[in-house]
Design a protein around this ligand. Structure first.
Ligand code: ZN
Length: 193
């Protein structure tokens, strides 16, 4: 587990660019040729964006968008697009996420659920931890009675390399509170997503 809410500093893009230039040379490329001239700077910029989740906190992305609610219905947001990078190969994995929770007096703005997904996705991840982190954050922020998260994703490290399982999709789930303890709640969630 990563160290709590410690915010990482912005990466030094000039330094990343220089490392990427070295990488290109090592791969047998000529970083001075036209097509590659600006590549190191572009990769640095792109990596800074794709890892910006390190420099955000759940508190900052939710930004107070919690609203009092008398009822405790199950709220579900599904088909949340997700793009992340596997920490083992630095290759993308992408897919969809479904989040459900049963509120206990407090609901969260739906767009904030998507922002929580983005924040944790824009870090180096494994799908299992990503799923757990999203569930824990929703539980913590909303004080919900229970939370369920399901992520389905395709991993380019599987699709492009060795094993070449082009169509395999990985599914992970995390259930907390009543979603864990109450079979009926869990079934309702799974039937709705
Ligand atoms: Zn991988």
């Amino acid at each position: 587990m990563k160290g709590g809410h410690a915010m990482k500093k912005k990466p030094n893009e000039a330094k990343i660019a220089s490392l990427v230039r070295g990488l290109l040379v090592e791969l047998g490329e000529d970083p001075a040729r036209d097509g590659l001239l600006k590549t190191p700077a572009r990769v640095a910029k792109s990596l800074a964006f794709l890892t910006q989740g390190y420099r955000q906190s759940v508190r900052s992305v939710v930004n107070g968008a919690l609203f009092a609610s008398g009822t405790n219905h199950m709220v579900i947001l599904k088909d949340i697009e997700l793009y992340s990078m596997c920490e083992h190969h630095l290759l993308p994995f992408f897919g969809k996420c479904a989040i459900g929770y049963i509120s206990k007096g407090k609901v969260i703005g739906v767009s904030k659920l998507a922002r929580i997904v983005d924040m944790y996705s824009r870090r180096l991840q494994i799908q299992e931890r990503l799923t757990d982190e999203i569930a824990a954050a929703v539980m913590r922020e909303t004080g919900a009675e229970g939370v369920g998260v399901v992520v389905r994703a395709k991993h380019l490290c599987m699709m492009m390399r060795g094993v070449g399982k082009q169509n395999s999709e990985m599914a992970t789930s995390a259930v907390l509170g009543s979603f864990r303890t109450d079979e009926k709640v869990r079934q309702e969630f799974l039937s709705l997503i």
